[in-house]
Ligand binder design. Structure first.
Ligand code: COA
Length: 132
């Protein structure tokens, strides 16, 4: 089941969130969706509205390691696409993130461009879009 995240989801999210900080702000703003399985959040997705030249931007997407390759990430993206019908949805990932890039290709996203320097000395960031 996909539903809006609540503060009660934060401990489960923190247990697998790879992005380093808290998702509390996104929950408080109503911008975080969770995929709940057996009463626990096993995936989440956040959207920043109006982030890039007025386009919504998926800022964070992660699935708990034990729940990967079971359609959770794809379902969260499909839900975000439905919620942004008629809009161009943007998303980005590091160029070395093969699972994420495969997921975006599988869901029909188009590469928009590559930005160097966003990840300090790390990999370039690849931006994608999809017309929902
Ligand atoms: C990227 C991520 C969100 C994918 O979530 P997921 O729930 O495992 O993805 P799904 O099961 O919905 O995969 C859907 C399709 O994407 C592709 N895919 C996903 N993971 C893949 C992998 N490890 N290798 C190859 N293809 C992959 C496949 O086409 C897959 O379909 P299939 O399983 O029928 O072959 C997950 O690996 C993750 O949380 N990674 C760490 C956080 C991260 O990198 N987030 C993105 C940064 S912005």
């Amino acid at each position: 089941m996909i539903r809006p995240g609540t503060p009660a989801d934060l401990p489960a999210i923190d247990a697998f969130d790879p992005f380093g900080d808290s998702r509390a702000d996104e929950v408080a703003a109503g911008r975080l969706a969770v995929y709940e399985r057996d009463g626990r959040a096993v995936g989440f997705l956040t959207v920043a509205t109006d982030a890039l030249l007025g386009h919504p931007f998926v800022s964070y997407l992660a699935v708990a390691p034990e729940a990967r390759r079971q359609g959770v990430g794809s379902a969260l993206l499909a839900d975000a696409e439905r919620r942004h019908t008629g809009l161009r949805l943007l998303i980005s990932t590091e160029e070395t993130n093969a699972p994420m890039r495969a997921l975006l290709t599988a869901r029909g996203y188009t590469v928009s461009g590559v930005l160097h320097g966003l990840n300090q000395d790390g990999p370039a960031e690849v931006f994608y879009y999809k017309d929902c």
